[in-house]
Design a protein around this ligand. Structure first.
Ligand SMILES: Cc1cc2nc3c(=O)[nH]c(=O)nc-3n(C[C@H](O)[C@H](O)[C@H](O)COP(=O)(O)OP(=O)(O)OC[C@H]3O[C@@H](n4cnc5c(N)ncnc54)[C@H](O)[C@@H]3O)c2cc1C
Length: 493
């Protein structure tokens, strides 16, 4: 790795946001190709009132991701400049202080973010700066896919078919060999430390115990991808639904913060499947690719429906009679609903900052349908607690489960938490791990402890209602109540 400092080269500000990596970074590659010295900057935009504040878990992830990126720059004789404030004022001040002649970044897709970025682009171009933005986050940008009549897509299958028809994603760009740093006087600007952003919780420190589950760096993302391609992709098409197995990649937080790109994942998966050693089938590969496609679809939806986290995509849900039941919400959040698969999922979230996709669907369905609590409350909770909390995938998925979203599950699809548990965690290994208080129950009772006989419960030393709660609501009753309420909705216009 070579260290290079250049006093003569013109300077480009490289504004890092949700693209905290060096490899496959089109803005970085383009700035280097034009001969700029690179001043990498991250701006904590939390003072901007129009942006949704990051959730607590995302802040933790961000702290470590920034630290890892700074480390990469330091190894190259540079460092990541941390600033805080409204992006436009910060960048204006930096341009003045450094004499930067260029400003490059990777595009983002939320409405307010786009508004901020376009104002900055205008001011920078008016000031004569070489200003460019790039796609580093998606396989296809939202506007690249439309219906035949030029409208936004509403259904996943045609969306994905049209996206695939655009051709294979471009091959990923390599990590630059050298990144020349500008030679600036030390007082040109006032850097903040990453610690000064106060992203980590202290009282209490709930985050440290989660860290053994993750290596939060660009190389950590690659290790995870490689492991997944070697051990998880084979059987993915079926076993991705099994929270008790290791058949999913758990790459979502890395994707969320751009520590790995979807193009890198795509091409690595294709190459792995083509290798002689691979046992993964074409079905495994296309199933994995289509899950990446759901992420793309979510961004498409967000782009054309900017208020996706607040507004029902289908307005007929606006009159839905949601229930206000804070005790039920707290029980759900704490993993104390009395349904083991639901509680295991909510505790996986507490303990690791992640939840398996199948269990996300089960827990979300339980909150929305059995408890009839507004999907927005669940979306907010996930926003705060998931490491991968994503401005597009989170609201799109919650609306999908609620039935209010695009191409959503029909309202009468109400997951039965007992059958879902028995089908996807057949031996109860996932439940036993996260709900140890009922681990002694035999497999046929682990997903429905309230049906165990008093003698079995006594034998297993479990006092239901004391060691583990009785169900918050009877499944059949909850189901019927939800169906009644959903039936009262007006048909779609
Ligand atoms: C209620 C609910 C909330 C969700 N909130 C989020 C969120 O905030 N952030 C987030 O990234 N995903 C969210 N998802 C989608 C999905 O659960 C996660 O992307 C997936 O569990 C991540 O695990 P993985 O990386 O092991 O996925 P893999 O199965 O390995 O898939 C690879 C990648 O494809 C993407 N992907 C997979 N499934 C989906 C999906 N259904 N929708 C969109 N993208 C998908 C992810 O980027 C994922 O990393 C949510 C799903 C539900 C039901």
């Amino acid at each position: 790795m070579s260290v290079s400092v250049s006093g003569n080269k013109p300077i480009a500000l490289l504004w890092f946001r949700d693209d905290l990596r060096l490899a496959d970074h089109p803005a970085l590659t383009a700035a280097l190709a034009k001969g700029y010295a690179i001043l990498p900057v991250y701006i904590d935009e939390s003072p901007s009132p129009q942006l949704r504040p990051l959730g607590a878990a995302s802040r933790v992830w961000l702290h470590h991701a920034l630290t890892a990126l700074d480390h990469e720059f330091k190894q190259r004789g540079s460092s990541l400049l941390i600033q805080r404030g409204e992006a436009q004022s910060v960048l204006k001040a930096l341009i003045k202080a450094t004499g930067a002649q260029a400003l490059y970044w990777s595009r983002r897709y939320g409405e307010q973010e786009r508004l901020i970025d376009s104002q900055i682009k205008n001011f920078a171009r008016d000031s004569g700066l070489d200003t460019e933005s790039f796609n580093a986050h998606l396989l296809v940008e939202p506007w690249q896919v439309t219906t035949k009549t030029g409208q936004p897509m509403k259904v996943f299958t045609p969306f994905w078919k049209a996206a695939r028809a655009l051709g294979e994603p471009l091959p990923p760009l390599p990590t630059p060999k050298t990144i020349p740093a500008p030679d600036l006087p030390s007082k040109a600007f006032k850097p903040l430390s990453i610690e000064a952003l106060n992203l980590l919780p202290t009282k209490p420190d709930w985050a440290t115990s989660m860290m053994p589950h993750w290596t939060i760096s660009e190389s950590g993302a690659w290790t995870r991808l490689t492991n997944f391609l070697e051990h998880g992709l084979q059987g993915y098409a079926e076993d991705r639904n099994r929270p008790d197995l290791e058949n999913v990649s758990r790459l979502s937080p890395y994707l969320r913060f751009g520590m790995i790109s979807p193009r890198q994942i795509w091409h690595a998966a294709v190459a792995a499947c083509a290798s002689d050693r691979s046992q993964a089938s074409d079905k495994d590969l296309s199933s994995f690719q289509s899950e990446l496609g759901w992420r793309e679809f979510s961004y498409h939806l967000l782009y054309y429906n900017p208020d996706l986290a607040n507004q029902n995509y289908q307005s007929r849900f606006n009159d839905f009679p949601w229930m206000d039941h804070p005790d039920h919400l707290t029980a759900w959040q704490s993993g104390l609903t009395g349904y083991p698969i639901v509680d295991a999922g909510m505790r996986e979230l507490w303990q690791t900052g992640f939840m398996h996709n199948r269990v996300r669907m089960i827990t979300a369905s339980f909150l929305i349908k059995h408890l009839m609590i507004d999907w927005r409350q669940g979306e907010n909770w996930f926003w705060d607690t998931l490491f991968d909390a994503d401005c597009a995938s989170n609201p799109a998925s919650w609306q999908w489960v609620a039935g209010s979203g695009a191409d959503a599950a029909p309202y009468f699809r109400i997951f039965n938490p007992i059958l879902q548990g028995e089908r996807f965690d057949p031996k109860g290994a996932y439940v036993r791990h996260y709900v140890p208080e009922i681990a002694a129950l035999p497999n046929d009772l682990i997903h429905k402890p309230w049906t165990a006989s008093p003698s079995t419960l006594a034998h297993c030393k479990i006092k239901l209602g004391h060691d583990y709660p009785l169900p918050l609501i009877d499944h059949g009753e909850g189901r019927d109540r939800a169906l009644e309420a959903f039936k009262s909705l007006k048909p779609s216009a």
